[in-house]
Design a binder for this molecule. Structure first.
Ligand SMILES: *Cc1c(COP(=O)(O)O)cnc(C)c1O
Length: 358
């Protein structure tokens, strides 16, 4: 580590949660990382402190105009007790792309990675070691300057909080299928918007559609493009993959509507390495349903850090409902899930140099 941070340890360590009932994002560790930004000093005073409430002015601009970004990554415990991060450099690159889009300051790669390592190291004994569990890491930045005007804040706060997690989807493990509702009214991202940025604003826009999908008995929505409601974009807060006649298809990043998932990038790299037929291309929802009718739709799955790979068993689009792969995980999703988890947890050789030890 090239940065030295002040560390203040808690006087009141919490009891660790039951490893069988971790859930996702409900338990938090004993510490968090906090760092300030001001225009004159840049990022400064980074420190590890006890996890606890914040004191902010009610006028802090994050509360009014939503200048906020976040990241999501995990720390994994290996069989021999080491702690690994997975491609943290990608999270920093995406942070800076997000920050650029919402007029927040850039952050140096080694500073952000050292901040994450520092707090994970202090709360190292919170990292669960059961299969399927990990320590979810949530870095985020908020605009903290107290003013009610629409312009970028001068001051910011950067945080890292940590949550020991089990499976992302309640009541199921990662290999269970989900039911997905194809949203044809609401829009997540339009060309020229903020789809490529990891910001809370993109999530609040999606709540209504998610609620609607849930009310029809579906787990999540499949988003279509904002203009024509014709092309597939993402599944909920994950990237979407379709296997048609052996071709593995995901939406391209070129028009700025798709969040550049690190799991997405990992999947593409692994598939290309296997010599699979992979396409980053526009895909019409009509083509997906037609392929299903003709028996050529092999698999659909979502990808993201939280659940890694989440196979889709059913898709509903208007009044059309299709079953995918007999509601079972398919060979592409299954093999990717196993390979990615094995790399992340140090069970197989990391031949791409993706893991970083804490
Ligand atoms: C975070 C996120 C993803 C997945 O990204 P990963 O880096 O793979 O976790 C996909 N879509 C959206 C909208 C996201 O916010």
């Amino acid at each position: 580590m090239t940065h030295d941070f002040k560390i203040t340890r808690t006087q009141n360590p919490k009891a660790k949660p039951d490893i069988d009932k971790l859930g996702f994002g409900v338990h938090f560790t004993d510490h968090m990382f906090v760092m300030k930004y001001t225009p004159d000093k840049g990022w400064h005073d980074g420190e590890v402190v006890p996890f606890g409430p914040l004191c902010l002015s009610p006028a802090a601009s994050v509360f009014h105009y939503g200048q906020e970004m976040f990241e999501g990554m995990k720390a994994y415990r290996t069989a021999d007790g080491r702690v690994l991060l997975f491609r943290p450099d990608m999270n920093v690159k995406r942070t800076n792309a997000t920050n650029e889009r919402i007029c927040m300051p850039q952050i140096e790669e080694s500073l952000m990675i050292d901040a994450i390592k520092a707090v994970v190291d202090v709360d190292r004994d919170w990292i669960p070691d059961r299969k399927g569990t990990s320590l979810y890491i949530r870095p985020f930045i908020i605009a903290s300057e107290p003013f009610l005007g629409v312009r970028p804040s001068n001051d910011y706060l950067f945080f890292v909080i940590l949550s020991p997690v089990g499976s992302y989807y309640a009541n199921s493990d990662q290999t269970h299928t989900t039911k997905i509702y194809v949203e044809d009214v609401y829009t997540r991202a339009a060309v020229g918007g903020t789809g490529m940025a990891k910001i809370g604003a993109n999530y609040v826009m999606g709540l209504k559609a998610q609620e609607k999908a849930n009310s029809f008995g579906y787990d999540q929505v499949l988003w279509l493009d904002g203009k024509e409601k014709k092309y597939v974009q993402e599944i909920g807060t994950s990237n979407a993959f379709f296997v048609i006649d052996g071709e593995i298809i995901t939406a391209p990043l070129t028009d700025g509507t798709i969040l550049p998932g690190i799991t997405r990038d990992t999947i593409l790299a692994l598939l290309r390495d296997r010599g699979a037929h992979v396409s980053e291309r526009d895909l019409e929802i009509e083509e997906v349903f037609r392929a299903s009718d003709e028996g050529r739709l092999n698999e659909v799955f979502a990808s993201g850090t939280a659940a890694v790979i989440s196979p889709v068993g059913e898709l509903r689009w208007k009044d059309r409902v299709i079953q995918i792969n007999n509601d079972q995980i398919g060979p592409v999703a299954d093999s990717l899930y196993k390979e990615i988890v094995a790399i992340q947890t140090g069970a197989i050789e990391d031949r791409f140099g993706w893991t970083v030890e804490v």
